[in-house]
Every structure is written in C-alpha cells, then in structure tokens.
Design a protein around this ligand. Structure first.
Ligand code: GRF
Length: 254
C-alpha cells in the first residue's frame, strides 16, 4: 500500500516535470491567445479619422477629451488617424494628402479616400478642413462625416460668420456640429453651443469667446455619433432627449 503511494507520488512528480517542460509551449499558446484577443479588440474598436487644414485646435480638443475620458478603454473608440490637406498643418503624426499635388478635386478625393479607407472609420471628423467635398465623397460616408461650423446654423452658413452675427445685431452666436451633406453647411444638426454677443465685440473677440465652446461641443458630438447615440435617419439627426440636452451647451460666466 505504502509502496503504491510512493510510486504514485513519483509518477505525479514525473508528470509535474513533464508539465514544466511543456510550460514554454503553454506560454506560447497564451501569447497566441493574447494576439488573437488583440486582433479581436482591433476589430471591435471603432476608429475615428480627423481631417484638418490649419490650426487644429478642435482636433486637439477631441484628442484631449478622448484621453481624459479614456474613450479607448471605456468605449472602444480610437482616434486612429489625422489627415491634413496641407503639408504644414499641425497635428499629431498628421498624414498629409496635399490637394495641390492633384490635378482635380476628384483625384484629390481619391487619394484622400485611399488614406482614410484602411481605418474603416466609424466617424470622419472635419475639424477646420477647408476643402469643399464632392457629392460622391459625401455620399460614400453618409451619416459618418461631421463638421463644425462657427455659427448657429441655419443662420450664417459660409464665411465671416462672427462679423455677420455682429452686423445682424444678434445677441447670441454659437457653433454647430452637423452631419455633412451635399449642401454646404446644410446637413442635419447634431449639437450647438451658444455664447453672448456683446456691444463691444469685434469678430476677433467674438471668435475668441466662442472657440472654447466649440472645444466643449465637438468632442461630445463625435463621441455620441461614434457610440450610435445620434444617427442620421431620413436626413434628420435622431437622438434621445437626454443626449440632446448633453449636446446643447451654453456659455457660463466664470
Ligand atoms: C473653427 O472655428 C471651426 O468652427 C471652423 O474652422 C475653425 C477651425 O479651427 N470650421 P481649428 O483648426 O480647429 O483650430
């Protein structure tokens, strides 16, 4: 009986040493599992691609918010790429697709599409992107492209919005995030931020008052669309009352 127990123990120790010998293999298997898990995560991660032309302060605000709210860890949202149509535009590791290098708007957009497509973006964010996009480009990404416009749309589409708000005697002004459609600054409205217009304002002081409120608004709109909380349905931005509250941002005196 005792002999049996000793024999069993010896067998068990031998088995242990066999297991130990195979440990590297099991580690390799674990490593494979990790790699597969990473690939899986990569596939369920939703990519955000940002297009810029110049200063890039809205892009920076989105990036800052994504980091401080841990979008990757909490929501699987990743700012995957920044693409600039100007070689010198600033931006973190911005890829340049210089529009001047292409003979036509279509050729430029083909190159832009080639730069965007590998990321399979859930959202494309125009952040001060100063190129007019063709109907076919917009249609290709319908419901996924957002823009921020520095006025309370549908008032003041186009340029010089701050001066036009002052000249019109507006007491409030603001910014609008909207889905991009084939009508310039005409797509469905997702969110707006509002600031006062003061009698002493110039277009510069008004722009400076508004910019921090663009920076509060845009990241929240991007997140809401990426998470499917706002959807473009039949030309309208559809969302719950709670989300709509969150995407209406008002100036507050400090
Ligand atoms: C912002 O005022 C935005 O509303 C408009 O262009 C400007 C871009 O600024 N579309 P930035 O490049 O994000 O600093």
């Amino acid at each position: 009986m005792q002999q049996n127990t000793i024999q069993k123990r010896q067998e068990s120790e031998e088995n242990d040493s066999v297991r130990l010998k195979y440990r590297p293999l099991s580690c390799a298997l674990d490593f494979d599992k990790c790699r597969i898990y990473a690939l899986f995560l990569n596939n369920i991660m939703k990519n955000i691609v940002v297009l810029i032309s110049g200063r890039g302060s809205n892009f920076e605000a989105i990036l800052r918010t994504a980091r401080s709210e841990d979008w990757e860890g909490r929501f699987g949202l990743k700012i995957a790429a920044v693409i600039s149509n100007r070689p010198l535009a600033k931006g973190l590791d911005a890829v340049a697709v210089d529009h001047k290098a292409y003979p036509t708007r279509e050729a430029f957009e083909e190159a832009l599409t080639a730069a965007i497509e590998p990321y399979k973006p859930a959202v494309i964010v125009l952040a001060g992107f100063m190129r007019i996009l063709t109907e076919s480009f917009v249609a290709r990404w319908e419901g996924k492209i957002l823009n921020i416009h520095p006025a309370l749309l549908p008032l003041f589409p186009g340029l010089d919005t701050h001066q036009r708000a002052i000249d019109a005697g507006c007491r409030v002004h603001g910014s609008t995030v909207h889905f991009v459609s084939s009508v310039l600054d005409g797509g469905a409205i997702i969110g707006q931020s509002v600031v006062p217009v003061l009698p002493s304002d110039t277009d510069e002081t008004l722009a400076a008052r508004l910019l921090p409120y663009e920076h509060k608004l845009y990241p929240q709109c991007v997140k809401a669309v990426a998470l499917g909380e706002v959807k473009l349905i039949d030309g309208k931005a559809v969302m719950s009352d709670e989300v709509a509250h969150h995407l209406a941002i008002f100036w507050r005196k400090d």
